[in-house]
Design a protein around this ligand. Structure first.
Ligand SMILES: Nc1ncnc2c1ncn2[C@@H]1O[C@H](COP(=O)(O)OP(=O)(O)OP(=O)(O)O)[C@@H](O)[C@H]1O
Ligand SMILES: [Mg+2]
Length: 159
């Protein structure tokens, strides 16, 4: 589904593998310098989506939630900078420098981006919600930057 401004798509995922496939499509389209906000409750599937983004960037190793270390960097075609703000307030994240220094050769993905509302400019905002069945998720992806509007169609095509 696409809304009338064409900057939001919604995709249903029926398994972790499907969520990774959506992430992979995003990772493959990333060109560097992107900031991707991930929102949704505990266990929604944010880290699972990041695992797919990593694959799309050519990163082979395991990707886990960086909840205890706040930030993990993985090297691939571009660097994946994976943040998790669950344990922080937006102010703390700012003070720790987590919301600045966005590199041109990096893709920054932020779990629990609700914590940083209004504190960082994003290219994409992904919201993941559980739906009726155990493994069903509704995933909405919003292009915050017009450049990503056309990429959304590509993401939708692959999924
Ligand atoms: N369609 C689906 N998409 C993603 N994950 C799913 C799906 N169905 C089931 N799951 C399971 O839900 C769990 C999602 O965990 P994940 O760590 O990705 O969530 P999270 O949003 O990062 O949680 P947290 O807020 O704790 O960081 C995993 O165990 C995954 O296998
Ligand atoms: Mg997580």
């Amino acid at each position: 589904m696409e809304d009338d401004r064409g900057n939001v798509i919604r995709i249903d995922s029926r398994s972790p593998e499907e969520t990774r496939r959506i992430g992979k499509a995003i990772g493959r389209l990333a060109r560097g310098g992107e900031v991707i906000l991930l929102k949704g409750p505990l266990g929604a599937g944010k880290t699972t989506l990041v695992q797919g983004i990593a694959r799309g960037l050519g990163i082979e190793g395991p990707v886990q939630s960086p909840s205890f270390v706040l930030e993990r960097i993985h090297r691939g075609r571009l660097e994946l900078r994976h943040l998790d703000l669950y344990r922080l307030s937006g102010e703390e994240a700012l003070e720790a420098g987590l919301l600045s220094d966005i590199g041109d050769d990096q893709v920054t993905v932020i779990e629990w981006a609700e914590r940083a509302e209004g504190l960082i400019d994003a290219d994409l905002e992904v919201k993941i919600e559980r739906t009726s069945e155990e493994e069903n998720r509704s995933i909405s992806i919003e292009a915050k930057n017009p450049a990503w509007k056309s990429f959304l169609l590509e993401v939708q095509k692959t999924c």
